[in-house]
Design a protein around this ligand. Structure first.
Ligand SMILES: *[C@@H]1O[C@H](CO)[C@@H](O)[C@H](O)[C@H]1NC(C)=O
Ligand SMILES: *[C@@H]1O[C@H](CO)[C@@H](O)[C@H](O)[C@H]1NC(C)=O
Ligand SMILES: *[C@@H]1O[C@H](CO)[C@@H](O)[C@H](O)[C@H]1NC(C)=O
Ligand SMILES: *[C@@H]1O[C@H](CO)[C@@H](O)[C@H](O)[C@H]1NC(C)=O
Ligand SMILES: *[C@@H]1O[C@H](CO)[C@@H](O)[C@H](O)[C@H]1NC(C)=O
Length: 474
């Protein structure tokens, strides 16, 4: 049966492509990025606003839309925006991270040209330079299915973006200075929900109706748990993949992850707590928002519901239960042109180990011992203008070296259409999130201990989710 559906899906994609052709719609955005006062935790701090908003405006789009986003940098520092989860097909120079793109100088503008080709789902954008993310500049991205493509659940009565993240009262320049003086990030001061502190945000619903929440963890460091008092959450989408529709009483979102849940307002008409709390921390940070029934008879009552705190296995089991719904529509091609990733032989194995330490008195983070430093010329420009000597291919090893941290412009090559197995190894005592910019991968396995070739026997080679961000547990 999966084979049959897969063939049908390929046909659908091909014919739609022919019909749509060059006619894919354009959406234009003009964004002015400024500093402005914000008070998310009750004290004034300098935030980064987009068109005066914190968080920034949502991007609403439909599969295959062209997004033309003209960003004016009115800060006094270079600025870049990165589009978490938007795939870069031969346009990685639109990715908006140091190394591939020139920063937008203060007072200048740059127009990003992106196409959300063959994509659906929930994602977000964020500023990628200078710790700006600690001040704002992030917002939701949603890509709706094209009108004739079936979505595996009825249209919800409402569709909300929910941006959650840990937060500091210190501004981004102060936090940056702490890292540059060799210290790690301090414990956060709170958790924000859509830019508001405890009790600040609210979501309106009508009794009996079903709503979609597109939740993203836009914070700096902490895994978070999300739940709604007396309401169940049905997971339906993870970073562009329609999942098996499993019901949970609460859901973990690790840093950088996005997912969609449905819930039905099926409880007595009053207000309820929406709770977000930190995972694997002591103390546990908790924040709330309000779910407000339109016919609400009264305010929230009772204590906010508790959730998992330090339980690692709970998180791992939940992560393993997130699977692709193989019969639901949704683009999920891979470059080999096959929907059956489990049947493709991998051509290379890369093992990446993270580490942290001090180099030249600064707090640095490394992959296989290399802590990335941007080259003077962005790498894609060096390629385009054929400038030699900007970087060395192979300046990072395919395997952990066991050596100390050193600085380099790490560049790893790969062959066109190769199918690569990447093992992320975390020997540190905090959860790591790994994100592949402009691309997705299948999360086939996750476990404690060291990876060995025998770990392959436990891979999910059938219905793993294709996504762009995965956590690696402590
Ligand atoms: C951006 O906003 C600032 C502050 O309001 C204003 O001075 C500037 O002219 C705006 N720039 C653009 C391009 O709109
Ligand atoms: C951040 O706060 C410090 C004082 O703690 C101040 O000197 C600095 O100018 C602030 N940075 C911004 C961007 O507002
Ligand atoms: C900057 O904005 C102007 C006015 O909208 C536009 O014409 C120009 O193309 C933009 N420049 C870049 C590099 O995006
Ligand atoms: C998978 O998607 C199909 C097709 O839309 C739907 O009928 C089915 O209920 C979904 N199955 C699960 C377990 O989510
Ligand atoms: C994968 O490798 C095996 C063993 O070398 C081979 O028999 C098989 O045909 C290969 N499969 C594909 C899809 O290339």
């Amino acid at each position: 049966m999966p084979l049959h559906s897969a063939v049908a899906l390929i046909c659908a994609t091909v014919s739609l492509f022919v019909i749509a052709g060059a006619e894919d719609p354009y959406r234009f955005f003009n964004w002015n990025v400024t500093y402005g006062d914000i008070f998310p935790l009750g004290v004034r701090q300098t935030g980064i606003l987009i068109n005066g908003q914190f968080p920034g405006p949502d991007i609403h789009s439909v599969t295959n839309d062209n997004l033309i986003i003209n960003v004016f940098n009115s800060l006094n520092e270079p600025f870049l925006l990165s589009w978490n989860g938007v795939q870069n097909r031969r346009n990685s120079y639109e990715d908006g991270v140091y190394g591939t793109t020139c920063p937008i100088p203060p007072g200048k503008n740059f127009t990003y040209i992106l196409q959300v080709k063959d994509q659906i789902g929930s994602f977000y954008y964020f500023p990628s330079l200078g710790f700006h993310k600690a001040a704002g500049g992030f917002g939701g991205i949603r890509i709706l299915s094209r009108p004739r493509i079936p979505v595996p659940f009825p249209d919800p009565a409402g569709d909300y973006t929910v941006l959650i993240g840990d937060w500091y009262k210190a501004n981004h320049t102060d936090l940056r200075a702490q890292l540059d003086s060799g210290r790690k990030l301090p414990f956060p001061d709170g958790i924000l929900i859509n830019g508001r502190g405890p009790g600040g945000a609210s979501f309106n619903v009508e009794q009996g109706k079903t709503y979609r929440l597109r939740i993203s963890n836009v914070g700096l460091q902490n895994s978070l748990n999300f739940r709604i008092q007396n309401h169940k959450l049905k997971l339906v989408e993870v970073e562009g993949t329609h999942t098996l529709q499993t019901t949970y009483s609460s859901i973990d979102l690790h840093l950088g992850q996005s997912m969609s849940v449905l819930f039905t307002a099926d409880q007595p008409a009053q207000d309820y707590y929406i709770v977000v709390s930190s995972r694997f921390t002591n103390p546990v940070l908790t924040s709330t928002a309000t779910l407000r029934y339109s016919n609400s008879a009264g305010p929230v009552s009772g204590p906010p519901p508790g959730g998992p705190t330090i339980q690692v296995d709970w998180s791992l089991n939940q992560a393993r239960s997130i699977r692709t719904n193989l019969t639901a529509s949704g683009p999920r091609p891979n470059p080999q042109g096959s929907y059956h990733y489990g049947l493709i032989n991998t051509t290379r194995t890369i093992r990446l180990a993270n580490s942290a330490g001090q180099v030249n008195g600064k707090q640095r983070y490394a992959v296989n011992s290399v802590s990335f430093v941007p080259a003077d010329t962005p790498l894609k420009l060096a390629d385009f203008f054929k400038i030699d000597g900007v970087y060395r291919i192979g300046s990072i090893s395919d395997n952990p070296t066991g050596g100390g941290i050193y600085l380099d412009t790490s560049v790893m090559n790969s062959d066109y259409r190769s199918f690569i197995e990447i093992v992320f190894q975390n020997d540190e005592d905090i959860v790591q999130s790994w994100h592949l910019d402009g691309y997705s991968f299948f999360v086939v396995g996750m476990d404690g201990g060291q990876w060995t070739a025998a770990s392959r026997n436990g891979y999910n080679l059938r219905d793993a989710v294709s996504r762009c961000t995965t956590q690696v547990k402590l």
